[in-house]
Design a protein. Sequence first.
Length: 94
Amino acid sequence: MLSRWNTAVHEASHAVVGNEYRKKVTKISVIAAGQSLGHTTFEAMNDWEKVEELVNKGDGMNKALNYKLNRLQRRVLAIAVAGDVGNNLYSGGI
C-alpha cells in the first residue's frame, strides 16, 4: 500500500510537468477517493477544442493541424506518465 507521501510525490510530479507545459494546477489531493489514491486537476485543456474545431472545418488533416495534434498528444502523455516517473525517481528505481 502506498503511503500518502508516495501519493504526494506522484501527484506533485503531474503538477510539475503540467506546469512546464503552462497548464495551471487548480487542485491537488492526496486523499483517496474510490480507486484513486489522489488526483491533480488542471485548468481545462482548451487545445483539444481548437484542434477539433480545425478538424470539423472540413479542411482535412493538413501538416499544421497534424503537427498541433501530435504536440498536444505528447503533452498529455508526458503529464500522464509524470506521476510514475516521479515515484521511480523518489524510490531510486531510475
